[in-house]
Design a binder for this molecule. Structure first.
Ligand SMILES: Cc1cc2nc3c(=O)[nH]c(=O)nc-3n(C[C@H](O)[C@H](O)[C@H](O)COP(=O)(O)O)c2cc1C
Length: 250
């Protein structure tokens, strides 16, 4: 298993959305008569995430095309592919170990999987949060396919691939679509299990969108982890990951 690094801090557009989000969550939880929310993760679906992102995801169930919550990948060779940023990140300040990287490493450690990081081919992502949100937004608006540093791992060696990324504007970062599309044939026929880190949007339909991007793959039940929990509540995240992996048959 291997990993890499980078840097960042905080800004407004997101803060406003997150403040609204927090209020919405409090409201929803109160309305449900469940005033507390302790789990560090939101397993499998977007429900309960109360997303109020600037571009809210509209997949309340978090499942869809090609998804299979009962995918059972035990006894197979496993890879964890992830994208993650360091630097200034929302609610955690400047970090030198990306939130998604932390979760990816826990998954790899628990499953004995190989680990591969999707890295941009150029220096396109700023280390300040505000600038990064602008770049990410532009990529999304343009439906861009930013290049990543290859080569990708030899995917034919794997039966199961965990694929994780931060939620960016309610969606996978566009660079992940580059990865899905460039490896579509190699990924088809495999079990793909998505995971996200986020600050309120949950899984953001990662499962459904992955199923659409890679027809022919079986999509396992996803996991959503708060980025702040990944940084600051690692034991809790570890046990959530363990429970999730157990449900998946690992
Ligand atoms: C460009 C950008 C867009 C983001 N959009 C969302 C969003 O739509 N919903 C959300 O919950 N969090 C959003 N976030 C917060 C990140 O998903 C969260 O901080 C994540 O844990 C970062 O992971 P990383 O350190 O692996 O990059 C966004 C962060 C950035 C930088």
């Amino acid at each position: 298993m291997k990993h890499l690094k980078r840097l960042e801090r905080l800004n407004r557009p997101w803060r406003a959305a997150a403040a609204l989000l927090a209020l919405a969550m409090i409201f929803v939880l109160a309305a449900c008569g469940n005033g507390s929310r302790t789990p560090a993760t939101d397993r499998g679906t977007d429900s309960g995430n109360g997303s109020t992102t600037a571009r809210p995801d509209v997949n309340p169930s978090g499942t869809g095309d090609g998804t299979d919550a009962t995918a059972m990948p035990s006894g197979t060779k496993t890879l964890v592919v992830y994208f993650s940023r360091t630097g200034e990140q929302y609610t955690v300040g400047v970090i030198d170990h990306g939130n998604t990287a932390i979760v990816a490493e826990i998954i790899a450690e628990r499953t004995g999987a190989d680990l591969w990081e999707v890295l941009p081919a150029d220096d396109r992502y700023p280390l300040t949060y505000s600038e990064l949100t602008d770049v990410a937004k532009k990529e999304q608006n343009e439906n861009a396919r930013p290049a990543y540093k290859g080569p990708a791992p030899e995917l034919s060696e794997y039966d199961t691939v965990f694929i994780g990324a931060p939620v960016w504007w309610g969606d996978w970062p566009m660079i992940m679509y580059t990865f899905f599309e460039q490896n579509r044939d190699a990924l088809a026929g495999k079990t793909l299990i998505p995971f996200s880190t986020h600050e309120g949007s949950g899984l953001s339909g990662f499962d459904r969108k992955l199923g659409s991007a890679v027809p022919g793959a079986t999509i396992g039940k996803g996991l959503a982890v708060r980025g702040n929990d990944a940084q600051n509540r690692r034991d809790s995240v570890r046990s959530s990951v363990d429970g999730w992996l157990k449900d998946l048959g690992f």
